[in-house]
Design a protein around this ligand. Sequence first.
Ligand code: FMN
Length: 349
Amino acid sequence: MALKFGGILGFDNGIVLAPMGPDVAGPKLVAAVANAGGIGLLASPSNNYDMTQKAITETKRLTSKPFGAGILLEFENTRTVQAIFDEKLACLQVYWGDYPKEMVDEAHKNGVKVLHQIGSIKEAEKAIAAGVDCIIAQGVEAGGHIIGTIGLIALLPRVVDVVGDKDIAVVAAGSITDPRCYVAALALGAKGVCLGTRFIASKEAYAHDYYKEQLLHYTEADTDRTDLYSRASWRAPVRCLNTPFHNQWKNAPESAENNDEQPIIGYSVIYGGETVLRRFAGQVPNPTTSGELENMVYYAGQGVGLVRDILPAAEIVQNFVDGAKKIIKEFNEKYNPPESVPAVPLTSS
Ligand SMILES: Cc1cc2nc3c(=O)[nH]c(=O)nc-3n(C[C@H](O)[C@H](O)[C@H](O)COP(=O)(O)O)c2cc1C
C-alpha cells in the first residue's frame, strides 16, 4: 500500500501547533501557522474570558483562516471556554483530564471541534466514548507537561487501533521535529502531527530569544523528565532541557517548592499581569522576562537535537509538507515501483 497524507479536520494540512503555555503559542505564532494551512492552537489564559477574547481578537487581526485554542483540564476554565465558543473558534484542544460527552456535545453545538491530548489507551478510550473529533497521542518524549509514560512508537499505533474506523483523526505528539518524524507518524497510522519544541524555534514564537537559542545547543541526550517546577501550584511531570541549573537541582528534596521561601530569580509579564518568578517557577521565559535567565526552566522534547535553526513558522510548516511529500515519493518509487514494463524480447541478430 502506498503511503499518502493530506489535511485533517477541514484544514489544508496535518500540522498542528501545540498550545504551548503560558503564552509561547500566542497570536503571532498561531496566525502564522493558520496562514500556512496548519492548525494553530492558542495557549489560553486560565479561566479568563477577557484575556482569552483579547488573544483571539489579536489573532483574528493577523489571519482570516480558522484556528483554535487549548485549555488545561487540571484547572477551572469555564470562562475561557465560553470565550472560545463566543468567538466561534474552529477547535478546542483539551489536556490533562476527562472531557465528558456532555461537554464535547456542547462544543459541537457551538460549531467547535474537540481535540483531546492523551498519554494512554485508557484516556484514549474515554475520549472516543465522549465523541471527540481528534485524539492527540502524546509520547513521553514530548516537551512540556507529559501526562503519560509511554514512548510514541508504542502508544500511537495502539491508539490508531482503538480508534479503528471511527471518524476521529489521530495526531502524533512528542519529539516530532523534522519531516522524517512526520512520515514515521503517518506510517504508524497518524493523520497529522502536533509540534511544540520545533515551533518554539520560530520567529513568531512568544519565547525569549535566549530560550530559542538554547534549543539549538542541546540534543536528545540533554532533556530530563522531572516534577521539580511549579510544585506549589501544580505538581506534574514535565520534560525540560537539562541545563547546568537543572542538573544542579534535579535531585532536590520533595520540599523544594517554588514558594515564598525561594529567592526571586526574575520577572515576566504574562497576559498583561506582572509575574514574579521564584526559583523553580514553571513559567518559561517570554520576551518580557528579565532576571537570571540561566536559572529558569526550558521545556523541550527529546527531538530538540534536530532543531538547528530559528525559522519563520510558515517555513517550518512548508518544510514539513514538502519534506514528507519527497520522502513518501522516494519511498513509493523504491518499494512500490509502477507495474514493471514487460521485458522487450531479445531479438536475434
Ligand atoms: C513550552 C511548552 C509548553 C507547553 N504547554 C502546553 C499547554 O499549555 N497545554 C498543552 O496541552 N500542552 C502543552 N505542551 C505540550 C504540547 O502540547 C505537546 O504535547 C508537546 O510540545 C509535543 O512534544 P514536542 O515539544 O517534543 O514537539 C507544552 C509544550 C512545551 C514545549
